[in-house]
Design a binder for this molecule. Sequence first.
Ligand code: NAI
Length: 329
Amino acid sequence: MPRLVMFSTKPYDQRGFDSEAVGRQVEIEYLETRMDVHTVALAQGADAVCIFVNDDASEPVLEALANGGTKIVALRCAGFNNVDLDAAGRLGITVVRVPSYSPNAVAEHTIALILSLNRHIHRAYNRVRDGNFALDGLVGFDVAGTTAAVIGTGQIGMIVARLLWHFRCDVVAVDPYRDQHLLDLGVEYVELDEALERSDIVTLNCPLVDETHHLIDAEAIAKMKPGAMLVNTGRGALIDTVAVLDGLKSGQVGSLALDVYEEEGELFFEDRSAEIIDDDVFARLLTLPNVLITAHQAFLTREALGAIAETTIANVLTVASGSTSPNQL
Ligand code: NAI
């Protein structure tokens, strides 16, 4: 029976995996710690490790895994920017992922961020709880009739675009591949520059790869429609955060919603409410009234957690039995 060591485990992960593992030929050991060069030894002798978005699967960590006899790295997420795939291939480690668990979960969270940020729900909630029923500062705009750009219309972006279309936005899309269903709805595929120039709302739903690193940098921000809303539920480093902060300060960026942050590995998924945040860029963002941040929770629905556990266990069992998983990278 393959032994799977799971890093960065939270109670909600364990519940999903425990119920999915019932009756399956797999032994799971749960660790709370993140996988990195210091903790990787905890997986010594495991057939597979299961990791999440902020675990470190760089070359030295993969080398340690290979030396310890581990042959499978199972990502329990879609993005794989934290894994050195070349090194994995060289070391004979098979990397599997969960390409799709609930694109609805991420797309719906993206829409939740857009609506909340626009109508200042995050501020209104606190005001009302504080007995402050003043409305000054809470003026939003009608989403209907605005132009919204969806950057990346894969599984998640396609749903985001469809939902925005249902809100009666003019939806423009940027993607080297055109989705026929979106074209049929009247969504227009354009180049990034044109999307930035035309749009009141820009949402990033593409993967983080070399060519999308800092896709939204100072130059791109200068091309945006002044005062536009920027939303990132993709990966933190799609955005040059310092440049966006400058854009917010100048008013060029009207508002910002993030579910991901380029330095989130040092912050997210832990209770740090009693600590002093020493990331000054992040701390400054938190002070701005037109910034709404969630801590990488777009995926967090019951349906998505169940699907993640089901696919991950299937991935591990398939590869451990010597077969090829359709979710191999
Ligand atoms: P997908 O692979 O189905 O779609 C990505 C799309 O982006 C593809 O259509 C691709 O052609 C397009 N793309 C690639 N490079 C591009 C570029 N330079 N400009 C415009 N489009 C480009 O992936 P999916 O499932 O839609 O997920 C997208 C990303 O969302 C993931 O890579 C992951 O980083 C992120 N994600 C975030 C989650 C969260 O909890 N915040 C959860 C799941 C995924």
